[in-house]
Design a protein around this ligand. Structure first.
Ligand code: ZN
Length: 412
């Protein structure tokens, strides 16, 4: 584990140019308008579930991106989970290099002090790109950016035990750890209201027993409340604090899939009293997500890039690789899970990417696993004309851009 002293030093190195005189920064920013990118992270989006919904017209906003843009599977890392993959996505380095190897690192909940590689938001900030981020996993405590940052999954607050996911509200996080700049916290509480920063934790086997239907419905209602709050937050941020690069994320879909994936009696772990109750609960999350996407797309014009990205998929249980009796009860280790994603072979649960914007091919499909989570940061830097640093392992996804008319993604 990196000591706090070293990580603070790293943080200051990452963000050195923000200390430039304000006038100089303002002049640089004024010189040329920057490309605008809105990236939306959906945790654990599973293509097997969303493809039928796209075909049936139940995700019209995502369908619009597939028609007007490029999309495909995204190869992920081995044993994928949110902090591990998101940090790979931020840094384009592998988990052992960037330091955020999972939910728990060195016995404590993963946090940004553990970052050993420079994240994308720091590079963009140094390049005078304005950055806005909200609810992105593994961004707690928030770090200074050329804009704002509101933390996401792994935020610690009131009643959070170490190593266990929890869902604190903004008002339950002390100090300025959840919002940068700290003064924005009051503004959000006033204009958006208090909101949950992460999705609700899953109910335990004990909670469910003999109250399955009731507990499931109550939990799903809470998930929708959280989604409604997030939608309001995103809408507010995009309207009141527009930035060149905006990264917003959702985490309720993944959480729902773990225990309410629509499995059949053939699958492992099937329990009719839980899995036979709300068979559409998981697909319904994506239909609900598509409405959030619709709200975001209202802030998008033809000159805006939209990138919807998922860190991994989720699949019903498979493989005999787990010896730990709690291995099939992940996240909180108490919920009977029927689907998961941290399989040793990450290719079993690829993520996905959907991109549209100036110079992006229409209706283009990335076949196989040609694109990976390592490629997102280099591609974003490329859009902003920032050179890819040598530690980055990914590549620019040049194939999604039109050749001749592509001004941003012309080969280097
Ligand atoms: Zn998960």
């Amino acid at each position: 584990m990196v000591s706090r002293k070293i990580s603070l030093l790293l943080a200051s190195v990452f963000l050195l140019p923000i200390a430039l005189p304000a006038q100089q920064t303002a002049n640089a920013a004024k010189s040329k308008p920057k490309p605008r990118v809105i990236m939306v992270g959906v945790n654990g989006m599973e293509l097997d579930i969303i493809r039928p919904l796209l075909l049936k017209g139940q995700m019209p906003n995502l369908a619009r991106i597939t028609e007007k843009g490029a999309y495909g599977k995204l190869r992920t890392v081995s044993g994928p989970n949110c902090p591990r993959v998101y940090t790979t996505l931020f840094t384009s380095t592998n988990p052992e290099e960037h330091g955020v190897t999972g939910f728990i690192v060195g016995g404590i909940t993963a946090n940004t002090h553990m970052l050993k590689e420079e994240p994308l938001w720091s590079m963009l900030s140094k390049g005078d790109v304005t950055v806005g981020m909200a609810n992105v996993p593994a961004t707690f405590p928030v770090m200074p950016v050329n804009g704002y940052m509101i933390s996401g999954m792994l935020t610690r607050g009131k009643n959070c035990e170490d190593g266990v996911l929890c869902a604190p509200k903004l008002s339950e996080v002390s100090g300025g750890d959840a919002v940068y700049p700290a003064k924005m916290r009051e503004e959000l509480l006033k204009n958006v209201g208090d909101f949950y920063i992460d999705c609700e934790r899953m109910p335990s086997a004990g909670d469910l027993k003999q109250h399955e239907g009731e507990v499931i419905d109550h939990w799903l209602a809470k998930v929708q409340t959280i989604r409604d709050q997030q939608t309001k937050l995103f809408d507010y941020l995009l309207a009141s604090h527009p930035t060149d690069f905006t990264f917003l994320a959702q985490s309720c879909e993944d959480r729902t899939g773990h225990w309410l994936y629509p499995i059949t009696p053939f699958n492992v772990g099937y329990n009719a009293s839980v899995n036979g109750v709300r068979q559409s609960a998981f697909p319904d999350q994506y239909i609900a997500f598509d409405k959030v996407l619709g709200t975001i797309l209202k802030h998008v014009d033809d000159n805006t890039y939209v990138v919807v990205v998922s860190d991994h998929g989720i699949k019903p249980l498979r493989e005999f690789e787990e010896k730990d009796p709690h291995a099939h009860a992940d996240h909180e280790k108490t919920t009977p899970v029927i689907a998961k994603h941290d399989f040793a072979d990450g290719d079993d649960v690829p993520g996905s990417v959907f991109v549209m914007g100036p110079g992006v091919k229409h209706g283009f499909r990335i076949m196989g696993l040609a694109a990976s989570v390592y490629d997102i940061a280099p591609t974003l830097l490329h859009i902003y004309g920032i050179e890819q640093p040598k530690q980055m392992r990914g590549r620019v996804l040049t194939e999604v851009f039109e050749g001749a008319e592509n001004k941003v993604a012309a080969s280097k």
